[in-house]
Write a protein that binds this ligand. Sequence first.
Ligand code: GCO
Ligand code: MG
Length: 403
Amino acid sequence: MKITDIKIIVASPGRNFVTVKVMTDEGLYGIGDATVNGREKAVVAYLEDHVVPCLIGRDPQRIEDIWQYLYKGAYWRRGPITMAAISGVDMALWDIKAKAANMPLYQLLGGRSRDKVMVYKHAGGLDIGEVVEGVVALREQGLDAIRAQVSIPGLPPIYGTGHSLDQTAGGMIKALPEEEVWSTHKYLPLIPRLFEKVRDAVGWDVHLLHDVHHRLTPIEAARLGKDLEPFRLFWLEDAIPAELQEGFRIIRQHTTQPIAVGEVFNTIWDCQQLISEQLIDYIRVTSVHAGGVTGLKKIFDFAAIYHVRSACHGPMDVSPVAMGCNIHVDTAIPNFGIQEFSGYTDATYDMFPRAWSYDRGYLQPGEAPGHGVDIDEAVAAKYPYSPAYLPVARLEDGTLTSW
Ligand code: GCO
Ligand code: MG
């Protein structure tokens, strides 16, 4: 089998998506996701200028070899742009291989390890009462795991703290980056109060999660972890930026609160220490940003040795193609933890016909050969790229800060 052509399709049916379509001389084709939210065109250029020309004529069945060729062969290793490009190609090649084998992808990964894939969805609001209502509503819709976020009184709502259920993340995603204001001392006492009220409303038989969006220092995160212990959260996510992996030791020394991190990680090297020192409990890498099915499987297998469980990142900017790959991996691995699932716009669902399905808090990969997700190029053509950026965060005195 030979690769005859590779198309890069960019479309914005709500969020911008970069989709890779690998064609072969045997008529089989495969689809991959290569989206990096807010930097989409950098991946398109990387793919079109530097990856596609090198792959024409190669055997698409040599997935590991092509992965290594793109990773080691570039000399410039890792990084979100390179790894998204590798991820997009890798997903498409697994799609082709599973279609050729006439099997759903999870069968090639070892077969089912579970009957269904548990997801969490998000509840957000401008005040605690509104968040509680959102959590109760999701519980009624069958969710066994719910992330709760609230706006901070005295500050305008910012990304990930207020309403986040629409495609613009509550109006925080703009054609140029919005500048937002952050205050740790206003935030820290609020979150335990939020979870006290949420527990009062929905009880203890539901998993509750919280995302800090990298906004704390290690000792602040340790304080938050301790304060949240009475409410037994499933996890505290992205409490600190993770460039400094040993920062997590400080959190660990102070709290039994389970810790999750990894949505911006690209390779095993971004989390090797976190995993091998057992500084985290959930690793949140996702197929589109961590090297495709190949990269994800390697990271999760490594994590399994250290009792760290999977938790693929799955917001609206991870396309239904990557979501499909995640669900196949989630179904097959022994150390599955949870899958984030925000859902998509109707236009996104129209653009990506798929075998996977969602029902009352759980996902299924479907039984179609391949990863089961396709792209309808006629629908894609109706939704051209439209610039969209995540916000930037500043302290109240104007200092630029992490988020
Ligand atoms: C999450 C995330 C997202 C990211 C977004 C960045 O946990 O789902 O934090 O909201 O910020 O995917 O592109
Ligand atoms: Mg997050």
